[in-house]
Design a protein around this ligand. Sequence first.
Ligand code: AMP
Length: 288
Amino acid sequence: MEIAKKISEIREAVKAMKKQDVTIGFVPTMGYLHKGHLSLVKHSLAECCKTVVSIFVNPTQFGPSEDYDRYPRDPVRDAELLKKEGVDLLFMPSVEEMYGKDFFTSVEVSSLAEKLEGSLRPGHFRGVCTVVCKLFNIVTPDNAYFGWKDAQQLVIIQKMVNDLNIPVKVKGCPTVRESDGLAASSRNIYISADKRKNAVALYKGLSKIKDMVENMGITATDVLLTEGRESIERFSGVELQYLEIVEMDNLNPIKKVEDRALILGAIKVSGVRLIDNMMVEMKRVTSQ
Ligand code: AMP
């Protein structure tokens, strides 16, 4: 596995790949890799001839009071894991390499970026979209793999790619979970052992709503959200930040689940923010 730290190096390596006329898959990450990241890598390896992964803890997507400095990092272990998976190229740029001294440009998918996570983390998705757009321009992949774990991010990136005619196919991959249902996340290491059992609260609340829709046929979102909130707040030491049921494409809240919808939530457990989501689908009863 080749490791590139400079934009010029990664461009050269990608140019050499393109000479062989192969499909290039790309997995952007912030590192401290876990099985969720590796599932994206596996999707890319399965679908593309060459796989490029980036590790970059992007400062512009962290707010001033967020955890940029203490975000977990372990580049040596990450590189070993990726090499073992069979990744072809790893891009690990420095902040200086990505953002020159006078960096003025940003990409904003307005409206979508202000809802949900965006309402609590102003500017977060501007940082995400700007860095992903830069990475797409640097790596020029055919496919890019993102996790449904960050559903709002995935919807926003898909919109950015459509709006700006970026020639990359965005592929969403299922959320990978721990055995109790907690979504795998680099931030899970912050949760102290005694609070770990409460971290599953959001998963339980989302599952409760999904069950009510798909198995009990309940579609009124006020009823669903009341039950979901109660289920989450039953766990001690858990602060519910938001829970919403929205349309898939525009993330607008809905009153009734008609077809497919997305339930998204965020909680805080012992000071650690956790986000998760589930897709719900009304089963159509077909009469003969
Ligand atoms: P991050 O390093 O947190 O920026 O995540 C990099 C990519 O991995 C994003 O597309 C995430 O949505 C994805 N990802 C993170 N956690 C998971 C998970 N548990 N399952 C699937 N994908 C994930």
